[in-house]
Design a binder for this molecule. Structure first.
Ligand code: PEP
Ligand code: MN
Length: 337
């Protein structure tokens, strides 16, 4: 239920309303928009005569939140969420560029790529140390050693770090090295993992599951937020369709749809979305035109020898060129880099 308080409601009255809702067994979350307090009361509404709530002191209206996701919904939180990560304000007017290798492979590789992406304008470095590979025989990542290298390389160039956490038992380890915890597409519905990252105060990026609907994806965000961590962003990375020419089908429809339904920032990953190097830039440009708040792109200085996803990794000069194009497109949609 969404309870909208009257403008200028005294704090004591607001607390009273929230206490009464809590006493009815509901979880209460509060936000403010245009000087007005909004309260989301979540749980079994049968315990409260919710149609009488509108008559409580200080209450202007009380209505059922019709969507299954509540905290992630724009109805509860009308203004855009902006996540502050190092130099980036994700969801702000400025587009956030995250870039780096699919996997951290070693010191030299990570430092070379960090230098290149920082110079091009990225503010966040990506790199996997725990890799969710389809084959158990493929490179699985360097583990904690990879995280150390990634952190050093990023720090040397003033970049923040995003890296994937695959397991709920790895969350505290990842939180020690990364600024953003990435939930991979294969783990979008790993609810134990979502709960665990929900207990941290780290920004979390949830990649869309390979065959997940937008509603399921937003409910994954809700799992994190319901645990108390409101610092969530979503990442469209392509879904499985009947098309086999490209690795996945990048669903750019999701960008304006999610931006309308939710206040959370939306990032697009054209690298995994298309899977073919020379198709990454066109889809990255389209993502920004569609209203994405940022991009996450795989970049490698020697992709032919990359240990994962070389075929979809941009060369540093291609990334550089893409950033220049994004700068122009961003302006057209009222954004900047
Ligand atoms: C990745 O970012 O390298 C990755 C494995 O992505 P996804 O979870 O989208 O497949
Ligand atoms: Mn990859």
């Amino acid at each position: 239920m969404l309870v909208l308080l009257k403008p200028g409601t005294a704090e004591a009255t607001a607390i009273d309303v929230m206490t009464r809702l809590r006493m009815a067994g509901l979880a209460v979350h509060r936000t403010e928009h245009e000087g007005r307090i909004r309260v989301a009361a979540i749980g079994d509404l049968s315990a409260v005569a919710w149609d009488e709530v509108k008559d409580w002191p200080g209450v202007e209206s009380a209505q059922k939140l019709s969507r299954p996701f509540k905290l992630a919904s724009r109805a509860f939180h009308p203004h855009d969420t902006i996540l502050s990560v190092g130099r980036a304000a994700i969801g702000d007017r400025r587009i956030t560029l995250m870039a780096g290798p699919c996997s951290v492979e070693g010191e030299e590789q990570a430092f070379t790529i960090a230098a290149a992406v920082a110079k091009a304008g990225a503010t966040v470095m990506r790199g996997g140390a725990y890799k969710p590979r389809t084959s158990p025989y493929a490179f699985q990542g360097l583990g904690e050693e990879g995280l150390k290298i990634l952190r050093r390389a990023a720090d040397a160039h003033g970049l923040s770090v995003i890296s994937e956490v695959m397991d709920s038992q790895q969350v505290s380890l990842l939180a020690r090295y990364a600024d953003i915890l990435q939930i991979g597409a294969r783990n979008m519905q790993n609810y134990a993992l979502l709960r665990e990252v929900g207990h941290t105060q780290k920004p979390v990026m949830i990649k869309r599951g390979l065959a997940s609907t937008i509603e399921e994806w937003l409910l994954s965000a809700e799992h994190v937020m319901a645990q108390g961590n409101q610092q969530v962003m979503l990442c469209e990375r392509g879904i499985r369709t009947f098309e086999t020419y490209t690795r996945n089908t990048l669903d750019l429809n999701a960008v304006p749809v999610v931006k309308e339904l939710s206040h959370l920032p939306v990032i697009v990953d054209p690298s995994h979305g298309v899977g073919i190097r020379n198709k990454v830039a066109p889809m990255a440009r389209a993502a920004i035109a569609a209203g994405a708040d940022g991009l996450i792109i795989e970049v490698h200085h020697d992709p032919d020898h990359a240990l994962s996803d070389g075929a979809q990794s941009l060369f540093p000069n291609q990334f550089d060129e893409l950033v220049a194009q994004i700068r122009t497109i961003a302006e057209v949609v009222g954004r900047s880099i």
